[in-house]
Ligand binder design. Sequence first.
Ligand code: SF4
Length: 343
Amino acid sequence: LEYLSGKAMEEINEKNMNNEFRPSGTKIKYVYGPVPSRRIGRSLGVDLVPFKICNYDCIYCQLGRTTSKTMERKEYISPELILRDLHDKLSSGDKPDYITISGSGEPTLNSSLDEVISKIKKMTDIPLAVLTNGSLLHLSEIRKSCCEADLVLPSLDAGEKSMFKHVNRPCKEIEFDEMVEGLIKLREEYDGRIWLEVFLLGGVNSLNSDVMKIKTRIDKIKPDKVQINTVARPPAENYALRVDYPQLVESCKLLGDNAEIIAGFTGQCRYDQSSISKNDILTLISRRPCSLEDIARGLNAHPNEIIKYIDTLISNGIVEEMRHSGKIFYFCKKTDTGRSPKC
Ligand code: SF4
């Protein structure tokens, strides 16, 4: 583990020996992937909240509808368990492009966000990204935590309150203007990179007039990049429709010189991992539905190798397949929380 600092390794090993984190032999639960990210390459996901705790219920969410819609901030998962899982995963020697604070919901709802971020930064030199819906960035302590990361990936899918409510279906306590103000303040306080995702939906927020309203807000937020996305995986609601490519190009032009289209993964394939396990595949697809190509890219394994495992998992009733936009996606019938990702 050449990318772990000596001191951080010592601390973790000491805690391992004292069994302070969790009983040995327990499977890794809070770290998944690396998953193929259209934005940051091979991303090792770190779950800070269980499925599916979020203060939004976006109509396009690839995790399905929000089952626990809440504003409550608390230690949903303890930092010790998260860090132990991350240490174990990094010990395998596979170096991802990014470690990404994310989760099966909104990670900033975990009240130990600050501790997790600062300890990961001490543990490894792999760049750290925070994937957030941005709703809580008006809180100074959350901005302070995010400022320790190398990259912050917030979202903005609307330029006005009514569209925000329609697309993101936030908790009633979340005010649109306050949310945007949080993004503006983050830019003022943070020297790192902010890549703002704008998720466009056909017939919902992709008219030029809607895009221009989003642009007005973006001009105040001043992110380093604006990344335009659209539906690529089965969404929470059937009416969350994909925007076609020419329309994405037009929206991209409207959103300015630092805008780019990220819909459609274009990363390099390197099928160089010789040993994968059923558990690797299940960990990946229990977070979100994945195509065969997604799994192959995430695990660096050949699709022919993966399909053998998938066939067995389907015959055993553990995995199901569904078709979306002409592509087949695989997902776990039940997650370890007992819920299907499409419940
Ligand atoms: S897309 Fe993100 S913010 Fe929206 S409901 Fe899903 S997890 Fe929450």
